[in-house]
Design a protein around this ligand. Structure first.
Ligand code: DX5
Ligand code: ZN
Length: 225
């Protein structure tokens, strides 16, 4: 199944709750939450208190994307705040295996992410222990950037490996996803789709509904072939 994970980074934080509600009412399954620390990436966004507030008000799956250094020290905190999935960056962890184990121990789903410059093969040793691989399709740090075309081949490479080894791993794409390139990433093998600007700029509910309708059509078409 294709899962949609609208990124609140592009939301109007003054009315965050109702905006998330709009995505839910239009069928989105996840909320993508970008945690940035100003060290691993230049910008600082938000942390556990914001996640706790969203958790208290929403039954949606909270897809937390940590763009922070030393993620291992913060797993308990984010699990406690109500994250359903915790994704960390391979580049940020001294011992990725230990971070994966800590997320599991906390009873949360495990995501591992790579920046556009990190070879896909570097995640191979961890794919048997994670639930989701996040292939960044822009340089992490900011919303509203342009999709990096070389990402398509990277997603296809990861999907090929995962399929070949029969692993139950989702592939998430994040950054610069639009109505124009959505089929490109789906064709390459992504099944969890993040979009910030394409959802929250303009009519949030209508934008979400567009993508959900598109996924339905895409899956119908795929079954036919
Ligand atoms: C970028 C973040 C993304 C961002 C995507 O570092 O990880 O989740 O919100 O935003 P758009 O869809 O606008 O590129
Ligand atoms: Zn993200």
């Amino acid at each position: 199944m294709i899962i949609f994970s609208p990124s609140i980074l592009a939301a109007d934080f003054n009315r965050l709750g109702s905006q998330i509600e709009d995505t839910k009412n239009a069928g989105a399954q996840y909320v993508h939450i970008d945690v940035m620390d100003g060290v691993f990436v230049p910008q600082i966004t938000f942390g556990e208190p914001v996640i706790r507030s969203i958790r208290a008000d929403s039954s949606l799956f909270l897809d937390v994307h940590l763009m922070i250094t030393d993620p291992g020290s913060h797993i308990q905190a984010f699990a406690g705040a109500g994250a359903d999935n915790i994704t960390f960056h391979l580049e940020a962890a001294r011992d990725p295996g230990a971070v994966i184990a800590a997320i599991r121990q906390a009873g949360r789903r495990v995501g591992l992410s790579i920046k556009p410059s990190t070879p896909v093969s570097e995640v191979y040793p961890f794919l048997d222990r994670i639930d989701m691989l996040l292939v960044m399709t822009v340089e992490p740090g900011f919303g509203g950037q342009k999709y990096i075309e070389a990402s398509t081949g990277r997603v296809a490479q990861a999907r090929g490996y995962i399929r070949e080894h029969g692993l139950p791993v989702d592939i998430e794409v994040d950054g610069g996803i639009t109505r124009e390139n959505i089929d490109t990433v789906l064709d390459a093998g992504a099944n969890v789709i993040v979009a910030g600007s394409a959802v929250y700029h303009g009519d949030t509910r209508a934008n979400t509904a567009y993508f959900m309708e598109h996924f339905k059509e895409y899956e119908k078409e795929r079954q036919r072939n």
